[in-house]
Design a protein around this ligand. Structure first.
Ligand SMILES: [Zn+2]
Length: 378
């Protein structure tokens, strides 16, 4: 989930919005205006809309606090947090590395729902102090806003504690399994399987509500959330398999040693004809007098218009070595994979004492895993 709109940074964490968030903010404002109108028919249109818009903005802030709680605790435990993105179904904290132990995972997961519960309870307490009576609906705009936000935050905490990995509850479950079995990879697989089952139940429940009440929108929404969770649980399961295969391996075990090199003085036209179209690889190491000077990928070639290819040299468009991330053959494979994910790149040149040893790329990881799976008879 990449944020399309950057809002700024809090404690070094970039905060962003995904476009889908606007759809949900609009839906919340619309349904709130309707809700306030039913509960308080005497309100003016202007009051109704101001309250609805203010509530959706505050709801967004509460979601952000929930995610910040996860992210700040993760940072305190030494993990890197890249970004918090708010989207249609809530927020995601992009925590880059794995928690060091089960206890850290447990607290990083559970602090989000705890934050939402605290926000909910505090808001309801303020509503109570501002004149809300038990059993009656709020009458003033302020109390209405407080009550709605209070309830939604508690509902959010309860929903997030459903044990469907990668929901917070699923992460808590994973931490508990991890603590009992002492096996991080197995705990991810087990928690993802529970997550898949929970997602199926949510989809079925949503569809049941939708068909029983002839077009119940909430039911359809629930089914949609279930489908999203199913997808996320399956991806987590696949990721866990990948992590356990790569754990304990070094870059040297997986890298391609026969990586193609290109001479720096070659023209782009010759490079495309002789290398890119024939070998079809994603990255080429550029050499000059036997020394590595840079990296060339189809991305750089696309920046130059086709009619300039014959007179443009590879050297002119390549990414110089100083700007290229490299790894050593001894780098743990998982760490290299994380580096590629962080910078959104497909390959890393493997360099040892200034010499090119090979290329570590996504396609080689896939090939390595396939060969490994065949050897294991799977
Ligand atoms: Zn959370």
């Amino acid at each position: 989930m990449q944020a399309q709109i950057k809002l700024g940074r809090i404690a070094g964490i970039s905060i962003g919005l995904h476009y889908s968030w606007f759809i949900i903010a609009l839906l919340i404002a619309l349904s709130l205006a309707e809700h306030f109108h039913i509960v308080n028919p005497q309100w003016s249109g202007r009051m109704l809309w101001s309250a609805a818009i203010l509530t959706s903005v505050l709801f967004f802030l509460a979601l952000l606090l929930h995610e910040l709680a996860h992210s700040l605790l993760a940072k305190a435990r030494g993990l890197r947090v890249r970004e918090i993105t708010l989207f249609a179904l809530g927020g995601v904290s992009q925590i880059e590395s794995e928690a060091p132990d089960a206890k850290a995972e447990f607290w990083i997961a559970i602090v989000g729902p705890i934050t939402s519960v605290v926000i909910g309870v505090v808001l309801l307490a303020i509503a109570r102090l501002s004149g809300l009576r038990t059993g009656s609906e709020p009458t003033t705009p302020l109390v209405s806003v407080l009550v709605w936000l209070g309830r939604i935050n508690i509902a959010l905490a309860i929903f997030n504690m459903i044990p469907g990995y990668p929901l917070d509850g699923g992460r808590v479950l994973r931490a508990v399994i991890w603590w009992i079995t002492r096996n991080a990879d197995r705990s991810t697989r087990l928690a993802s399987q529970v997550g898949e089952t929970v997602a199926f139940v949510i989809i079925l429940l949503g569809l049941f509500l939708f068909f029983r009440e002839h077009g119940n929108f909430g039911g359809l929404w629930l089914a949609f959330i279930g489908w999203f969770l199913l997808d996320a649980a399956r991806a987590s399961y696949a990721q866990a398999g990948l992590v356990s295969e790569l754990r304990g391996r070094r870059v040297a075990d997986i890298m391609d040693r026969s990586c193609p090199t290109v001479e720096a003085h070659l023209s782009l036209q010759d490079f495309v004809d002789a290398y890119l179209l024939h070998k079809g690889l994603r990255g080429y190491v550029v050499v000059q007098n036997g020394q590595i000077v840079g990296l060339l990928t189809p991305h750089e070639v696309k920046q130059v218009s086709r009619d300039l290819w014959p007179q443009t040299s590879v050297q002119a468009v390549m990414r110089p070595l100083g700007q290229v991330r490299t790894v050593s053959p001894e780098t743990p494979a998982l760490q290299a994979l994380q580096m590629m994910g962080r910078d959104d790149i497909n390959q890393l040149p493997v360099v040892s004492n200034g010499h090119l040893e090979g290329i570590f790329s996504r396609s080689h990881i896939v090939r390595f895993l396939q060969a490994h799976a065949q050897l294991n008879g799977r």
